[in-house]
Design a protein around this ligand. Structure first.
Ligand code: NAP
Length: 277
């Protein structure tokens, strides 16, 4: 009786009409329609997940890769199959000339830039006694210098509406894991960069945020033997949510931060790790 009266009230009919329209419109969830995004290191792993998630919300995506052309083509094909727009562009993000070419190519293909996701990164865990200058520079050149140079170049392409930069950090930036000095230091530097650049670029309407994942199952972590056996069990036992992550767990948060739904969020690094930190 009570339910009958509720359904027939003008207010509830109005709500039902709005809900029905939202379901009928295929793009009712498209938060990024008309936006263009560059995702570095999107040929696999977390980057590929982010590229697909941004494209699913309507962004045209530049899928950057260093050497895995096949992986980048697969990400582009999956985006196209789902009705999205993407193109693969090779560039070594530790090199300035390649970064300049990456953004010039983005402008040429899609005409503008709104979102940069600094995802490309490497992680080799090495105890102090085995750290070499080469190990240090390889990590810092990509994870830190690459993040700085890509942001520097992106700023030249964002228009008066501003833009959104999301930097991939890691829980190890604050965990203090023995044997991970150099990698952890790169991600600590990324956390600082996020904070500084948010303040420096805020006046240009550019938001800068970070996402610090816990362990996520990717090609990189699988190759490092982290996704199976004792290592995985140990991480899972320390993770309140009780499982390791999947690329989509990170991609959904990055997509939110890239969107106008997060228009008052800047300078934050969000730990996305099932509670492990
Ligand atoms: P991944 O599976 O190893 O994939 C790395 C991606 O980066 C690939 O697309 C690779 O391209 C690209 N890349 C490597 N060197 C590059 C370069 N010089 N220039 C441009 N692209 C380059 O890595 P992931 O596990 O997805 O990690 C992605 C990011 O998340 C990294 O920044 C990592 O530090 C961070 N993160 C990961 C985890 C995790 O558990 N997976 C946790 C915390 C943070 P090619 O295939 O062409 O080489």
């Amino acid at each position: 009786m009570c339910t009958e009266r509720y359904i027939k009230s003008p207010a509830s009919l109005f709500v039902a009409e709005i809900a029905a329209r939202a379901i009928q419109q295929p793009n009712h969830m498209s938060k990024l329609t008309g936006k263009v995004a560059v995702v570095t290191g999107a040929s696999k792993g977390i980057g590929a997940g982010i590229a697909k998630s941004l494209a699913a919300e309507g962004a045209a995506v530049v899928v950057n890769y260093a050497s895995s052309r096949e992986g980048a083509d697969k990400t582009v094909a999956e985006i196209a199959k789902a009705g999205g727009k993407a193109v693969a562009v090779q560039a070594d993000v530790s090199k300035k000339a390649d970064i300049v070419r990456l953004f010039a190519e983005t402008k040429k293909v899609f005409g503008r830039l709104d979102i940069l996701v600094n995802n490309a990164g490497i992680y080799a865990f090495t105890p102090l006694e085995d750290i070499t200058e080469e190990h240090f520079h390889r990590h810092f050149d990509l994870n830190v210098l690459g993040t700085i140079l890509a942001a520097q170049e992106a700023v030249k392409y964002f228009d008066e509406k501003g833009g959104s930069i999301i930097n991939l950090s890691s829980v190890v930036s604050t965990l203090g894991i023995p044997g991970a000095a150099v990698y952890s230091a790169t991600k600590g530097a990324v956390n600082s960069l996020t904070l500084v650049l948010a303040k420096e670029l805020g006046p240009k309407k550019i938001r800068v945020n970070g996402v610090a994942p816990g362990m996520v199952e990717t090609e990189g972590t699988a190759a490092g033997g982290m996704t199976e056996g004792e290592f995985r069990k140990d991480v899972e036992s320390k993770t309140p949510v009780g499982r390791i992550g999947q690329p989509q767990d990170i991609a959904s948060v990055v997509t939110f931060l890239a969107s106008d739904d997060a228009s008052w969020v800047s300078g934050e690094t969000w730990f996305v790790s099932g509670g492990f930190r």
